[in-house]
Design a protein around this ligand. Structure first.
Ligand code: HEM
Length: 497
């Protein structure tokens, strides 16, 4: 009896020792060179405070508070993940350019669940390289730029021809109408019509849910978005016993996309010994790849994924430009002169503007660049450390998230004099260093839509500025749930004679 008791005591003591030693070692390991910071409340960490600031006009205040206390790199707990936050230009550059097998994309679970594993955001290695390359070359192709320029001019004229003097126009929403049509045509070759409208209806909830917290509470934004996203799965696997009419309609849309893809594949097969027809849209670009690596499901999923950044980001940029110009009469006058000059030399003598004309508007481009710096349509990029790493003396344990917070760098007075002042002239003959200026990210995941987005914004701004003067109504820029002007950037317009 005594020996049993002794063995028990010894076992308990040994296990306790191992547990204590292990915990001590773990704590020691994790705190070895971990940046300072606080992890907030259990489970939710500092997420609520982060979100609170994201609803304000100064979301970077969350970072500023900690940066002052702990330095440019600190630890936190955000969206369910232990996170190292960097507001340091050099470290951000390293995170964006670093080894893609060590630092892989990491988004809140809610986003992963909604977008699906086959999204370009979650693919790595050779498949990512292929998809990124195909998207990038198509979006940069002169053929697409010419098509976008011609179509945008047409749609903008249609839209603006209805505007009446003294009418209040929410520029963000008005431009979204145009951008959406351009995008869907560019991606799937679909002209405006009921399917386009139907797809749009569901996107509203879908996008709102992308950045919401992963609470699957019926009625919550995330839950509704998840319901909407079920249509992106192959038919029959949605796992929804009584899909709503909307979900059913969206399934039809995916079906339609698949039938377009099928038709294109058949066409390409028939063209085997003929000169292939030119690439018309993103579907063509994907299926012309010639390999079997990209299945129809891959193509559909990536097309829909492309609609998400394509749909919201450019209207947000246009609205930011309008806001900034409204607050800077000098810049407004200069951009007006530049665009009027172009109009006079080309349109007024019956010549059509081509995409290179818009790219040649140097002050307009500087206004867009400065609006990107201040607006920060994407505030951060997030990666996950696949192994223990050290960056500039900061230890990042395996499994932790790493957030490169871009916005704070864009407002860093070490790099930008008077950073809260809209000053497009600062970009004249100025080289754009990737760590200090990265509204489109960088490295292998650099936004493939960078030129496309700038072109669309330039075209819209040209037509707005050369046809109308305006008085801006009060509005504010917010970053949550999507970056946008809260009221859609309303302006009271007057047609120029
Ligand atoms: C003002 C407009 C835009 C901004 C500020 C922007 C910003 C960004 C940023 C910062 C990233 C990098 C994310 C990361 O590193 O994890 C990114 C990626 C991406 N963007 Fe954009 N974007 C814009 C417009 C567009 C447009 C118009 C499209 C397509 C039509 C697009 C398609 C993509 C895609 C597919 C990726 C993922 C790239 C990858 O993971 O390899 N973006 N964007």
């Amino acid at each position: 009896m005594e020996s049993v008791l002794l063995i028990n005591c010894m076992t308990v003591a040994a296990v306790s020792f191992i547990v204590i030693a292990y915990r001590f070692w773990m704590v020691k390991k994790e705190t070895r060179k971990l940046p300072s910071g606080t992890m907030g409340f259990p489970l939710i960490g500092e997420t609520l405070e982060f979100m609170f600031y994201s609803y304000t006009t100064h979301p970077e205040a969350f970072m500023t508070k900690r940066r002052l206390k702990y330095g440019k790199v600190f630890k936190s707990h955000l969206f369910g993940n232990k996170t190292i936050v960097s507001t340091d230009a050099e470290i951000n550059k390293f995170i964006m350019q670093g080894d893609m097998t060590v630092l892989v994309p990491d988004y809140p679970k809610s986003i992963k669940e909604l977008m699906g594993e086959s999204s370009i955001l979650f693919t790595h290695g050779s498949l990512h390289k292929k998809v990124h390359g195909l998207i990038g070359s198509f979006l940069k192709s002169p053929g697409l730029k010419s098509q976008v320029t011609a179509d945008m001019q047409h749609y903008i004229q249609m839209s603006m021809s209805c505007w009446k003097d003294d009418q209040i126009i929410p520029i963000q929403d008005a431009s979204k109408e145009v951008i959406y049509k351009i995008l869907v045509k560019g991606l799937v070759g679909m002209e405006a019509g009921k399917y386009m409208d139907l797809l749009r209806l569901h996107f509203h909830q879908f996008i709102a849910g992308l950045v919401s917290l992963p609470f699957k509470i019926p009625g919550s934004t995330f839950y509704k978005s998840l319901q909407a996203s079920l249509i992106f799965q192959p038919l029959g696997s949605a796992g929804c016993s009584s899909p709503s009419l909307g979900i059913y309609a969206k399934k039809k849309l995916v079906q339609l996309m698949k039938s377009i893809i099928g038709e294109r594949r058949r066409m390409r097969k028939n063209e085997k010994n003929m000169v292939p027809s030119p690439v018309k849209d993103m579907i063509d670009a994907f299926i012309n790849d010639g390999s079997d690596e990209l299945t129809d499901d891959h193509v559909v999923s990536n097309l829909i994924n492309l609609m998400i950044p394509g749909n919201d980001s450019v209207p947000a940029l246009i609205a930011l430009v309008v806001k900034n110009l409204s607050e800077s009469p000098l810049a407004l006058r200069q951009i007006e002169e530049e665009n009027m000059q172009l109009k006079k030399t080309k349109t007024d003598v019956g010549m059509k503007l081509v995409w290179r004309d818009y790219a040649s508007l140097s002050f307009t481009q500087d206004v867009i660049t400065e609006s990107l710096r201040m607006g920060n349509i994407v505030t951060s990029v997030i990666r996950k450390a696949m192994t223990d790493i050290e960056i500039k003396g900061h230890f990042i344990p395996k499994g932790w998230s790493v957030m490169a917070y871009i916005r704070t760098v864009h407002y860093d007075d070490d790099f930008y004099e008077d950073p809260y002042k809209f000053n497009p002239w600062r970009w004249q003959n100025q080289k754009k260093d990737m760590g200090r200026f990265s509204p489109f990210g960088g490295g292998q995941r650099l936004c493939p839509g960078v030129e496309f987005a700038r072109l669309e914004a330039s075209i819209y701004i040209h037509h707005l500025i050369t046809s109308f003067s305006w008085v801006a109504q009060e509005d504010m820029h917010v970053s949550w749930p999507t970056p946008r002007m809260r009221k859609g950037m309303p302006v009271k317009i007057k047609r120029k004679i």
